[in-house]
Ligand binder design. Structure first.
Ligand code: HEM
Length: 294
């Protein structure tokens, strides 16, 4: 909260007030400056770009068999001791993001994708490393040969006049980041809960209680406001509500159910390190050791 105050950002909390704010025509996602990003605009341009992204995401509903298989491979490969972030959440979220874009993604790509968080955050503009990572990925994706999937679909939308040059340059990174960052944080936190309490896998409840994206930023007549999502709105609401929530829930269901089986015989949790970002809530590291392996 102090971080917001320090930057002159008001905070809206409480479910009703937040739902009202997210639906309000008087609060926009557009900070000014004409960003081509789907996240940072409203009106016709937003609806048009969002429509293209929504079609891409719909191709993953239900999750295709190769994506399910990739998730199973990640979980079945977990050793006697593993890091929930590095060995579980990251490769699972990476596999889904790879399917969203329609091209393989290596560790260097995922490293840069994690760094772009800073570029998209509420205090944007001050983190040079985050901006450099986002720019680098945008250039890389603009040159990448892509198979069937989001990147090819965005290029086709561009050729058909549905996206302009700038929208085609930036939104593949925005989509990749949206698909990756919140899922990464959710899967690791949910994995920690399963490891700590052996609770049943209830994905929708878990995503609501963990709420990996804690706030979204909006701009009104009185300046910027951070709208809290922690009171039951993990996927947001209104014009920008997460169009990937179905994919996120399906991904969580598959990955966490498989993880719960792996942890069935009991485990111990050590070395838990939390990220400190004011908006994106997640783990940096959490080492799990299966019982009988110490
Ligand atoms: C647990 C996982 C996820 C959570 C908690 C989450 C949460 C959110 C939230 C809160 C927003 C709204 C941002 C705003 O109002 O400014 C959002 C937007 C978005 N999400 Fe997700 N998301 C998740 C996974 C995904 C996945 C897997 C995809 C793609 C397959 C995706 C694609 C998007 C896109 C494209 C937007 C931008 C929509 C717009 O601005 O109109 N998300 N997400």
């Amino acid at each position: 909260m102090d971080e917001f105050e320090r930057h002159g950002i008001g905070v809206v909390s409480g479910r009703d007030a937040c739902a009202h704010a997210l639906r309000s025509p008087g609060l926009t996602s557009d900070p000014g400056g004409g960003s081509p990003s789907v996240l940072l605009r409203d009106g016709e341009g937003h609806a048009r770009v969002r429509g293209v992204l929504r079609e891409i995401i719909a191709d993953l509903e239900p999750l295709p068999a190769p994506v399910l298989a990739a998730i199973e491979v990640v979980v079945s490969g977990l050793g006697s001791s593993f890091d929930l972030v590095r060995d579980f959440a990251r490769p699972v979220a990476g596999a889904v993001t790879s399917a969203v874009l329609g091209l393989p993604l290596d560790d260097v790509f995922l490293d840069h994708l994690e760094k772009t968080t800073a570029n998209l955050d509420v205090f944007g503009g001050t983190d040079r490393a985050g901006q450099a990572s986002a720019f680098r990925l945008a250039v890389q994706l603009s040159r990448a040969p892509a198979g069937p999937g989001g990147l090819t679909a965005m290029r086709a939308a561009h050729a058909a006049g549905r996206l302009d040059d700038d929208e085609l340059m930036l939104n593949p990174v925005v989509l990749a980041h949206a698909a990756y960052e919140n899922s990464l944080n959710f899967l690791a936190c949910a994995g920690l809960e399963l490891a700590s309490s052996a609770s049943p896998v209830r994905v929708r409840e878990l995503v609501t209680s963990i709420c990996p994206a804690r706030y979204v930023l909006r701009f009104g007549a009185d300046g910027p406001v951070a709208v809290s999502l922690t009171d039951g709105l993990p996927f947001g609401l209104g014009r920008h509500a997460c169009p990937g929530s179905g994919v996120a829930l399906a991904e969580g269901e598959i990955a966490l159910t498989a993880l719960a089986k792996v942890l069935d015989g009991g485990c111990e949790v050590g070395e838990v390190v939390w990220k400190t970002h004011p908006v994106f809530h997640g783990l940096a590291k959490a080492v799990v050791t299966r019982s009988g392996n110490r």
